[in-house]
Design a protein around this ligand. Structure first.
Ligand SMILES: *[C@@H]1O[C@H](CO)[C@@H](O)[C@H](O)[C@H]1NC(C)=O
Ligand SMILES: *[C@@H]1O[C@H](CO)[C@@H](O)[C@H](O)[C@H]1NC(C)=O
Ligand SMILES: *[C@@H]1O[C@H](CO)[C@@H](O)[C@H](O)[C@H]1NC(C)=O
Ligand SMILES: *[C@@H]1O[C@H](CO)[C@@H](O)[C@H](O)[C@H]1NC(C)=O
Ligand SMILES: *[C@@H]1O[C@H](CO)[C@@H](O)[C@H](O)[C@H]1NC(C)=O
Length: 355
């Protein structure tokens, strides 16, 4: 308003000047025709005004468009008003004021742009163009913007590019994983050592009770421990080299199991026993067998002797009676085999065990 008032005051000053400049040599007042009617000076060449000519009774004046000021010396030309240097502007500062013909523009700070009227600065949303040059996330702010990176990434020194964060080597005293850590692009994976399993939180590890499944593969006893397990064997057994199977200890091998006589190993134990003569004792067979053979041999000799004696007696009888000798041939053959079988079965039952 102050600006506008100032320009109107200047335009009013031009009237006085114009009165003088249009004076004529008639009897009438300057600015009047000889018949003393008003001369419309504006009808000719716009009264010489650059912008607006206004006719008045006996005179005229020039005025200028908004933003211009009548030339103080010729009162016809219009000079641009430098609103910037005169302070007639609404820019943030004179530095940001740009004078243009008839008006002024404001320039804006970085991060702002001018509105259509050229006077107001509003925030530029840098994120609308090419994501602000950000690798991941662009956050617009008043007069600026910021690039952010997704979880698992760090912003580079350029403030735009994102680089994978090595969560496994954060340099913290506390590791992110309870046991093993594997960095992957944008994240990390925790894992556990043998004998442990990863908890649902994906971070911590818990002992696996190996004994719950298939007794840990142990033959006898399974003992769970933190991070592992061990197999144990019942008394009288010892753990195999594979640490799972159990083998019977032959107690008799060492000092005869402390037995005074015979040591008999049993699965998981042993018994001491005395040497007793039983039919089940195989060692006895080694004596019975040769004895039986000798006895059978002696019996065969006796039979042969008896047969010979018997034959000789019959021959003596034949010589005495004159009967046919040949009748006895078949008789002696039939008797021979059954006789042998009777001896075999009744006198030597042990021999059947051998066959
Ligand atoms: C113009 O001015 C003259 C002289 O002062 C006066 O006589 C005349 O009446 C005026 N005309 C009008 C229309 O005011
Ligand atoms: C204003 O316009 C005139 C011509 O109309 C030109 O000569 C002058 O350079 C312009 N000034 C500015 C500041 O644009
Ligand atoms: C002034 O602002 C207007 C509107 O924004 C624009 O059209 C014009 O080009 C600007 N002029 C200068 C010299 O900045
Ligand atoms: C035999 O006696 C020794 C000494 O008393 C003992 O250490 C060992 O265990 C015994 N052996 C058996 C098989 O019992
Ligand atoms: C081993 O045998 C002895 C004597 O027969 C018995 O007292 C002991 O309990 C047995 N041990 C096992 C583990 O069976």
């Amino acid at each position: 308003m102050r600006q506008l008032w100032c320009l109107r005051a200047l335009a009013g000053f031009a009237v006085l000047i114009s009165v003088v400049s249009t004076a004529t040599g008639s009897s009438c007042m300057p600015g009047f025709n000889p018949d003393c009617t008003d001369i419309n000076e504006c009808a000719t060449n716009n009264g010489g005004c650059q912008h607006t000519c206004t006719n008045t009774n006996g005179s005229y004046y020039c005025s200028c468009n908004y933003g211009y000021m009548i030339d103080s010396s010729d009162h016809h030309h219009c000079n641009d008003v430098d609103e910037c240097s005169m302070g007639y502007h609404s820019c943030d500062s004179s530095d940001r004021c740009i004078n243009v013909n008839g008006t002024y523009n404001c320039s804006c700070l970085p991060g702002y742009h001018i509105t259509d009227n050229g006077k107001s600065c509003v925030d530029s949303n840098e994120c609308n163009t090419n994501n602000g040059g950000c690798d991941h996330i662009c956050i617009n702010a008043d007069g600026s913007y910021q690039c952010l990176c997704g979880t698992g990434f760090d912003i580079g020194s350029d403030g735009r590019n994102c680089y994978d964060k090595d969560e496994c080597n954060l340099g913290d005293t506390v590791n992110i994983c309870a046991q093993n850590c594997l960095n992957i692009i944008g994240s990390f994976l925790c894992s556990c050592r043998t004998g442990y399993q990863l908890d649902n939180n994906g971070i911590t590890c818990s002992d696996i009770n190996e004994c719950l499944v298939n007794n840990g593969g142990c033959d006898h006893k399974c003992r769970n421990e933190i991070g592992s397990y061990t197999c144990e064997c019942n008394s009288g057994y010892m753990l195999n080299s594979n640490q799972h199977g159990c083998s019977d200890v032959n107690e008799c091998e060492l000092n005869n199991g402390n037995c005074t006589e015979m040591c008999v190993n049993t699965p998981g134990n042993f018994t001491c026993s005395l040497y007793v003569t039983t039919t089940t004792d195989l060692t006895l067979l080694y004596y019975i067998l040769p004895i039986s053979v000798v006895i059978i041999g002696i019996l065969l000799v006796i039979i042969i002797v008896l047969l010979v004696v018997n034959k000789r007696r019959k021959m003596q009888e034949y010589e005495a009676t004159g009967e046919n000798f040949n009748n006895d041939k078949t008789l002696s053959g039939e008797i021979a085999n059954p006789t042998k079988s009777v001896y075999y079965n009744s006198k030597h039952p042990q021999a059947t065990l051998v066959s």
